[in-house]
Design a protein around this ligand. Structure first.
Ligand code: HEC
Length: 169
């Protein structure tokens, strides 16, 4: 149910407020990252219900980068990332089982794709999220919504070209 998903990602308020739900399935022009599971593993993060950002991005995050962005990630710069860089975040539910956190169902796939000119209003990044990781279900209609739903939270990471991820050996 997309409604649940939107709540989970904190997009519901933003997108409803901006009157976008009707057009939500059209998506913007950020392509689905087909084959990203064969890219390079960047890091992982589990956002539990105890986190202040749980309502927005709760879940198990498994981050990947394509070959274009890998050298900059590994070297920690220089920034910005080259055009064509793509980060994908494979977001899963998780459950606690006998003291272990176990990966659950896919909740969403998010993407940041670098094109300094095309996405100049959002730091040169195109943002998109697909409900359940389904390529036919993009949730961000355009760059203006991406600003509110995604970019504002990534803005404090300006020194790292608006990305959170670092290379962890
Ligand atoms: C509440 C703040 C917040 C919001 C809102 C948010 N993000 Fe993020 N995002 C993060 C954090 C924190 C990480 C680091 C996750 C990790 O290291 O595992 C991250 C990581 C990412 C990454 C991996 C690259 C990186 O920066 O490390 C992508 C791709 C991404 N987010 C896309 C999106 C998209 C698309 C949206 C909007 C639909 C979005 N994010 C909204 C906080 C946010």
């Amino acid at each position: 149910m997309p409604g649940n998903f939107l709540r989970i990602f904190g997009l519901a308020t933003t997108l409803v407020t901006m009157g976008a739900i009707a057009t939500i399935s059209s998506g913007d022009d950020v392509p689905f990252p087909t084959g990203f599971r064969d890219w390079f593993a960047v890091n992982s993060m589990i956002v539990t219900k105890d986190s202040p950002i749980s309502s927005q991005i709760g879940g198990m995050h498994l981050i990947y980068v394509n070959a274009k962005g890998l050298p900059t990630l590994k070297a920690g710069g220089p920034f910005p990332y080259p055009d064509g860089t793509i980060f994908a975040d494979d977001v899963h539910d998780f459950l606690e089982k006998d003291g272990s956190y176990v990966e659950g169902n896919k909740k969403a796939v998010t993407v940041m794709i670098k094109d300094g000119k095309k996405y100049s209003t959002n730091g040169g990044w195109g943002f998109q999220v697909w409900a359940g990781g389904d390529p036919s279900k993009p949730l961000v209609p355009d760059a203006a919504h991406a600003t509110q739903a995604c970019f504002v939270c990534h803005t404090p990471q300006k020194d790292q070209d608006y990305t959170f991820s670092t290379y962890i050996p």
